[in-house]
Design a protein around this ligand. Structure first.
Ligand code: DX5
Ligand code: ZN
Length: 219
C-alpha cells in the first residue's frame, strides 16, 4: 500500500492486553503500524521495553514504524533496525550524533526517520535531510496520546515540504490527527499520518483508518 499517502496508526492507546488482536483489526487497511517507544527520560511516560517491542515487531503482519522517544537513542535505534522495524525514527533533540546514527540505521536496511518536537525548528537541521527517508513533525508535545493537534505547526510542515524539494522523503505528522485535522496537515504538505486515539477510540477502527485516508485524499 506504499502510495503517496500513508496512514500509520499508533497502538499507544490500543488495548495492550490484546495487542495482536488490536493490530489485526487494522492491519489490512494501514500502511505501517506506528510504535511509540518512551523511556520516562526523554518524555515523562514509559511504554514497551526492547524485549516487548521486539516481539511486537516480529508478530506484526505489516511493517513497523518505530518512533523512539528515548535519551539513549544513538545506540538503541540500531537494535530496532536489527529487530526488523521497517522505519526507525530518532529525535534530533536526543541524538548525540544524528548523522552517524541515521547512516547506521540505513545501513542495516531500515528507513531512517528524524523527528522534531514542537519547539525545534527545521532550518537548523536542514543538512540532515540528506540522511533521511522520513521527517516527523510533532503536532503535540511527545509523551501522550489524546492531545490537541497544534495547528501552529503547519508553517513548519510547509517549510519542511519546501526544503525537502524533490527528495523522496515522507513527511509525517504525529499528534492529534483526526477527521477534523487531517486535511489541514495534508494541505500543508504532510503525506504520512499517525493517528492513535482517533483510530482506537472509534467504534470501528478499520473504518476510521479508511475515513482518514479518504479525508486526506480529498484535499
Ligand atoms: C505522542 C505519540 C503519538 C501518539 C498519538 O507522543 O508520539 O504517536 O500516540 O496519539 P494521538 O493520535 O491520540 O494524538
Ligand atoms: Zn508517535
Amino acid at each position: 500500500m506504499y502510495n503517496d499517502l500513508r496512514i500509520t496508526p499508533s497502538i499507544l492507546n490500543a488495548d495492550h492486553s490484546v495487542l495482536n488482536e488490536e493490530i489485526a483489526r487494522i492491519s489490512s487497511v494501514s500502511d505501517l503500524i506506528h510504535l511509540d517507544i518512551m523511556d520516562d527520560l526523554f518524555v515523562p511516560n514509559l511504554t514497551w521495553d526492547f524485549a516487548a517491542a521486539e516481539k511486537i515487531i516480529a508478530d506484526c503482519p505489516i511493517p513497523i514504524d518505530a518512533h523512539l522517544m528515548i535519551e539513549d537513542v544513538d545506540r538503541i535505534s540500531l537494535d530496532y533496525a536489527d529487530a526488523g522495524a521497517d522505519s526507525v525514527t530518532i529525535h534530533v533533540e536526543a541524538a548525540k550524533s544524528a548523522v552517524t546514527t541515521l547512516r547506521a540505521i540505513r545501513k542495516i536496511g531500515a528507513r531512517a526517520g528524524l523527528a522534531l518536537k514542537p519547539g525545534t525548528e527545521i532550518d537548523s537541521h536542514a543538512d540532515l535531510l540528506n540522511e533521511i527517508d522520513m521527517l516527523l513533525i510533532m503536532t503535540v508535545e511527545p509523551g501522550f496520546g489524546g492531545q490537541k493537534f497544534m495547528k501552529n505547526m503547519m508553517d513548519k510542515v510547509r517549510r519542511s515540504k519546501s526544503l525537502i524539494g524533490d527528495r523522496p522523503i515522507w513527511l509525517q505528522v504525529d499528534g492529534g490527527v483526526s477527521l477534523d485535522t487531517i486535511a489541514i496537515a495534508r494541505e500543508a504538505g504532510a503525506d504520512t499520518f499517525v493517528a492513535g486515539s482517533a483510530v482506537f477510540n472509534a467504534p470501528e477502527p478499520a473504518l476510521m483508518v479508511e475515513m482518514l485516508r479518504q479525508r486526506a485524499s480529498d484535499v
